[in-house]
Design a protein. Sequence first.
Length: 281
Amino acid sequence: MEDSLDTNKNEFEKLEVGESPKLNDEQQKDKGSSPLYLALTIIVIFIALFSLTFSTGLFFHNFYYTSIFVDGTSMYPTLNGYEDIPDYRNHGGNYIGEKVDFGIINTNEHFFETLERFDIVATYYPDDYDANGNLKSSASLKIKRLMVFPNEEFYFDANGDLFVRDANSLNTEFNFIEQDFYDPFMSEEERDNDYKKVTSNIPSEPRILGEDEYWVMGDNRGVNPRTNLARSSDCQYFLKPVKKEYIQGVLVAIEGTCTLASDENHNLTCQNKNYTWPILY
């Protein structure tokens, strides 16, 4: 027994400083098959894959999509422009410090290929362009809901219901279009109050859109009783459709809330972002 111990001792003495004793094949097999070794290997692989996926997703998120935040309440209650202030015109014009929704839009050139009715889009308005068709320096994107497509004839009735037909079709019958973008948890009364209110400007007579024209509206319809103005400045307000070239992107997701702040040029910015589980559109 002592000889055996001495032999092992001599073997260790032959090792250089910092060198570990070599394991035989059976010992290597035992090490590789131990539960702890397997668990650590799985954890390392999982962390590596997660890091790679997160990095790739973050790169794709930041370079493929464009970040936006909601400034105003024309899309209330779907999108929150100013927390607990559905009638923001009574707020005195000072919105610094208010919490608003922020998210991402797809502005890539192919987004039109998958555009559907009731998608939420980011668009300019006709008055954002000068007489020569150039975008004004004061222009800003508006977040609205896409209601009617090119070459469609449409009207809204007194209840705010939408009726549409193909303007190129021989069939003159209008189809009722269910506005199924409501919050499923809202009561019928809340839906009528928030979505179905209409202004005197809304087209009650059929109107035909051209080949490159779209009709967009905010979800917060109706009239502000104090100002007698529409709650949403949109196509129903200025009675003009937006052209295809005005639409810059489609909303992909709302990712959380942020706090409105002002930069050195007095432009609104989105600070202190609070990420939540994303709401996809």
